[in-house]
Structure formats: structure tokens, C-alpha cells
Design a protein around this ligand. Sequence first.
Ligand SMILES: Cc1cc2nc3c(=O)[nH]c(=O)nc-3n(C[C@H](O)[C@H](O)[C@H](O)COP(=O)(O)O)c2cc1C
Length: 176
Amino acid sequence: MTSPVLETIRKRRSIRNFDHQDIPKETIQDMLTAAFFSPSSSNRRPWHFVLVSDKGLIEKLSKARDGSSGFASGAPLVIVVCADSEIAGRWIEDSSIASTMIQLTATELGLGSCWIHIRDTVHSEEQSGEDYVREVLGIPSTIRVLNLIALGFPAQDKPPHEDDEFMPDRVHWEGF
Ligand SMILES: Cc1cc2nc3c(=O)[nH]c(=O)nc-3n(C[C@H](O)[C@H](O)[C@H](O)COP(=O)(O)O)c2cc1C
């Protein structure tokens, strides 16, 4: 028997084309609840999530990075995953896990999603991707921005992951 969570993990693909249909409020609530149930180092729970549905703001966010973020302009919702690094040194790990929880819950509820990386990226010669997103959304300088998650009902089909993606030569028992 395959575990239901493995089936959801198998189905999750990066979706970059979205329907215009709005995302139900309960679905948004479930994704956030899943994020707040994430494990975090020393249980510091440093997360902040900025939800963006305003088209003008989404358009601005889609310009955060050359090439890698443009498709976000077609998403009805973007969740900006942030963390207070002053209370958690492991904010990157904590935020990555929360992002994954959001993406898996989105998949389970019929949404498509894609991670758009922001930390340690370049917006322009003068500005990092992170500072750009902070400026667009008024995020304080003490709050770090890991990524954007573009979300919406999928307007593209992608096949689920296949068993042949399993890499047996990368699995090491009792030593490398
Ligand atoms: C840390 C990280 C950064 C990523 N950054 C981007 C990005 O900036 N833009 C993008 O379109 N996809 C991005 N992705 C999505 C990957 O391209 C995608 O997960 C990978 O190609 C595997 O495809 P799948 O998600 O359909 O399994 C990122 C994924 C991760 C985990």
C-alpha cells in the first residue's frame, strides 16, 4: 500500500501557468495552518507569511528576478515566506520546511505552485532580490525573505514524479 502523503509528494510539480480562478479562503487557511505546524529548530517558529493577491503588487513581485520570476505575474496568489532571523539562526531551514508544507498542501487541494527563490539573488546592480521584495511590500530590514510561492489552479498538466527518479546509488546504508 502506498502512503497517501507519498501520493501527494509524487503529484507535486512546479506549476508556472495558472487559471484566473480565485483560491478559496479555506484553502489559503489550510496552507497557512500546515506551515505553522512545521517543525522548526529549537521550536523558535520564526516565520512570517505575506499574502499578496493584489495584481499590481504581484506584477511588481514578478520583476524581482530576471527570468526566474516573471511567470508569477499570472498567479492569483503569492505567498512570501519570511522569517525573523534575530530569533532563529536556522531561519533558512525553518522557512524551507514551511514552504514545502505549503506546496504539499496546495497540491493536495488541487492547486499548482512554484518556489521562486529570493534569498541571495540579484534584482539589479544596485539591489538584491531580497531588498527589492522588502521594498515592494514594506517588510522590515530585520525580517529575511527566503522565497515567493506562486499559487493558483493549474492551467498546465505535468505528470507526477516517476519511480525511476529514485536514485539507489545515492542511498548509503551503515556508512557512505
Ligand atoms: C531552492 C529552490 C529554488 C527554486 N527557484 C526557482 C525559481 O527561482 N524559479 C522557478 O521557476 N523555479 C524555481 N524552483 C523550482 C525548481 O526549478 C523545480 O522544483 C525543479 O525543476 C524540479 O521540478 P518539480 O518541482 O516539478 O519537481 C526552485 C526550487 C527550489 C527547491
